[in-house]
Design a protein around this ligand. Sequence first.
Ligand code: NQM
Length: 375
Amino acid sequence: MTGPEEVRCTLMRGGTSKGAYFLAGDLPSDPAARDDLLLRVMGSPDPRQIDGLGGGHPLTSKVAVVSGSDDPGADVDYLFLQVAVDRPEVTDRQNCGNILAGVGPFAVERGLVPAGDTETSVRIRMLNTGERAVATFPTPGGRVDHTGTAGISGVPGTAAPVVIEFPQGAGPLLPTGNARDTVAGTEVTCVDNGMPVVLIPAAALGVTGYETPRDLEEDVALADRLREIRLAAGRLMGIGDVEGATVPKLTLLAPPRDGGAVTTRTFIPVRCHTSIGVLGAASVAAGLRVPGGVGEGIARLPGAGERTRVEHPTGFLEVDVRVDPGSDGIPAVVRRTAVVRTARKIFDGTVFPRSAATAPPPAQRPGGHHDSAAR
Ligand code: NQM
């Protein structure tokens, strides 16, 4: 008999998310076997993920798989995997810019990339989308230093800054080809600057856009409208059937209240984000600049060269985005996107996944104990 399965793993906060980071070589190469292992590592499916590393929310049930890259334009490859909390599902259909913030420091600490004397830039190929990012962070004396004075909304305290730059996106900014579409009876702007997002004026759905995520999640009529919009927008954006998928995200827009460009509430796509995703914010910031988009009349855009401050439920996320607005039938094009995030290594060691043996849960066994708090 062999001993328990064990896997080398680093637990990191990346931006406002938290996830398990692995070297690709430490995971099974077969995707089905890999996903089965990751479900057991994170403790899914279970609303509390009580038997694994996951935190019971999509934002704390994330995985980064990192390896050296064979692409001459990249140092490392990064595959993001979203592990569903209460369903036995792992998906690579979306990228994650928050977890991306930890990839550079992880790559240096695990020996994939040599550190510079003061700072290190890591060129990252993002396998989910084929797009590129460059992450730059301090490495004084040739070592990653996670401590620092940079603060980001949604994370207490400060840490070392990770500056992430995205060269021009791989796909079109407007996946439907239009600045505005009517989807399920609602005017929206479908946009993709690294994350497919449907921009919706909050007022069009009968909400202010300043509600708490919890209040919005409890609004059953709103959830039905959002679902209808998402399914129709998914087809229109060329993503296909998005029932059960984590994209497109849906961002409600309202006028800014705190000196920013716009207030947002983002559905990812069912739970409401407690802040906003990095690439989600990059898509919002670019989408606000599309002439004729639904952001017109809601957003207050900053001057040329200034960062776009996207307000969200726990503060704001600033995006440096340059959009060429296009004219005479030439579509808007993103020239540059950059953000500042922080990341921190929380734990590094060995994770012991739940056993692969498939005993039925106690609640389903005759006379079995069941824990009503878990339902
Ligand atoms: O948009 C959550 C997050 C994300 C994704 C989500 C993200 C991004 O906050 O780049 O970071 O939208 O599912 O981690």
